[in-house]
Design a protein around this ligand. Structure first.
Ligand SMILES: [Ca+2]
Length: 160
């Protein structure tokens, strides 16, 4: 058991070294910005990060198109932004952050609001009726981000 936990600590370290987002390297550049209509930006959403800031500032009445590519890994299960479930994980459904959505589905929130989550998944259009900075995360239990690896690439396009 001790050996297994050492292996995971080592794995976690390796992934941290190889999967560092640009935000970690440039914390001073972490400034919010407004997207113009029809403009697209691309951001990395890390599986091990509870709140990935996209830096996109959203205002009430705006609509965005999201396209997420790539795969990320929950412990041993590698999936895309639409997430997954299975009979074992269903036992813990009540513990995940956005209970109504699948495990490891790509979820967003404005200003880290934990009372209102938006499902992004692989592809979606969302109209927002509130203001705030867009944050994203892999749907998981709060204390279990340590065994998450990899990242998705998310394109955020303002369409209205
Ligand atoms: Ca996990």
């Amino acid at each position: 058991m001790a050996l297994i936990s050492k292996i995971f600590v080592a794995l976690k370290w390796v992934f941290r070294q190889t999967d560092v987002s640009i935000y970690d390297k440039n914390p001073t550049k972490n400034k919010e910005m407004k997207l113009q209509i029809n403009k697209t930006i691309e951001v990395q959403i890390r599986a091990s990060c509870k709140w990935n800031s996209t830096q996109v500032e959203i205002s009430e009445g705006e609509e965005y198109e999201f396209i997420a590519t790539g795969k990320w890994t929950d412990f041993t299960i590698t999936r895309d932004a639409d997430g997954y479930t299975n009979s074992y994980m269903q036992l813990f459904d009540k513990k995940k952050r956005a209970k109504q959505y699948l495990w490891f589905a790509l979820i967003s929130s404005l200003d880290k609001n934990e009372d209102k989550y938006y499902l992004i998944g692989k592809n979606s259009n969302i109209s927002f009726n509130e203001n705030g900075t867009l944050y994203c995360f892999a749907n998981d239990v709060k204390g279990f981000y340590w065994n998450n690896f990899g990242h998705l690439t998310l394109q955020v396009k303002r369409i209205k």
